[in-house]
Design a protein around this ligand. Structure first.
Ligand code: NDP
Length: 281
């Protein structure tokens, strides 16, 4: 039987610790969340983030701007939040409307308030092994593996997907955790063979059924980041369900990586306010 890596369970343990740290410190972290336009999925994400913050004692303030907001106006808002001492963390909900250059907006966030870990300064720091703000999805994945005591050191970690928000930072984190790390992408030859050599397989492609049961050797841990819809419209990951059955442990979709991504944002928000949360499981 494969062990289910329950993201909701681990996330609620993290939330408990975040709540405690805030209550003990007497400091209330303040997070500014900026949403531009009316993408329905983004609206749901922002609402959920606000709910998480409220549950943990983080003061979150959401700025909702119209779809046709100019890049200049948006950058101006981010700069003013960056210079506002009462704001500890800033998050810009992605994707932004097409007329706005995301890099220009992200670079207006002060690195010490960059709770998504997307600024160049924080990306470069991570390459150097300085993990102040880790992007929320890979950060959440590593915390989930720690929570369930999945060994990482010396193991072969295969990451499928090389996006800036998941695959690349995940590879950096895996390397700094002393995993032997391989990154695959859409040009990779013999994907199945490489996956079959994985002790830890992390798939973040958004391609349902990409990971077949025959890609999985016994004792592999599967982390399925993908969020797709199956033919009945139900949420599913990148892995064929039989692939999970062959693994020693796996993250379900939904209920695996998603809640951990949200929990990581809370950890980053308290870090931005100068607080420390001890995750000694
Ligand atoms: P991107 O579209 O930015 O990246 C997808 C990656 O998958 C690319 O690197 C691409 O390769 C690779 N890829 C696509 N097809 C194949 C293939 N056939 N074989 C091997 N590699 C392939 O996606 P994101 O990283 O933003 O997100 C990935 C998935 O994770 C999505 O389903 C997204 O919804 C989900 N997600 C879930 C989160 C959560 O909290 N649960 C958070 C973030 C994302 P190439 O670079 O060559 O194009």
């Amino acid at each position: 039987m494969s062990l289910i890596l329950d993201g909701n369970h681990a996330a609620s343990a993290i939330k408990h610790k975040v709540r405690e740290a805030i209550a003990e410190s007497g400091t209330q972290p303040r997070l500014a969340v900026v949403l531009v336009g009316h993408d329905p999925a983004s609206k749901i994400y922002v609402r959920n983030k606000a709910k998480d913050c409220e549950q943990c004692g983080i003061d979150s303030v959401t700025y909702v701007l119209p779809e046709d907001t100019s890049e200049e106006k948006l950058v101006e808002l981010i700069r003013s939040l960056s210079n506002d001492d009462s704001v500890h963390g800033i998050l810009v909900q992605l994707p932004l409307p097409k007329h706005i250059n995301k890099d220009h907006v992200i670079s207006a966030i002060k690195p010490e308030k960059d709770v998504d870990g997307f600024t160049k300064a924080n990306t470069m720091a991570m390459l150097d092994g300085k993990f102040r703000f880790v992007p929320c999805t890979p950060g959440g994945i590593i915390e989930l593996m720690r929570f369930y005591k999945i060994p990482i050191v010396g193991r072969h970690c295969v990451i499928v997907g090389r996006s800036d928000i998941v695959g690349k930072p995940m590879a950096t984190i895996a390397l700094w955790n002393n995993a032997t790390t391989t990154i695959c992408h859409s040009h990779t030859r013999n994907l199945g063979g490489i996956c079959k050599s994985a002790d830890i397989l992390i798939s973040a492609t958004g391609r349902k059924n990409l990971i077949k049961p025959e890609f999985i050797k016994p004792n592999t841990t599967i982390i399925d980041v993908g969020m797709n819809r199956d033919k009945d419209g139900k949420l599913c990951g990148d892995c064929n369900p039989e692939a999970y059955e062959r693994s020693s442990a796996y993250t379900p979709v939904p209920g695996g990586v998603g809640p951990m991504t949200r929990a990581m944002l809370l950890l980053n928000a308290v870090t931005a306010a100068g607080l420390k949360v001890r995750l000694d499981w």
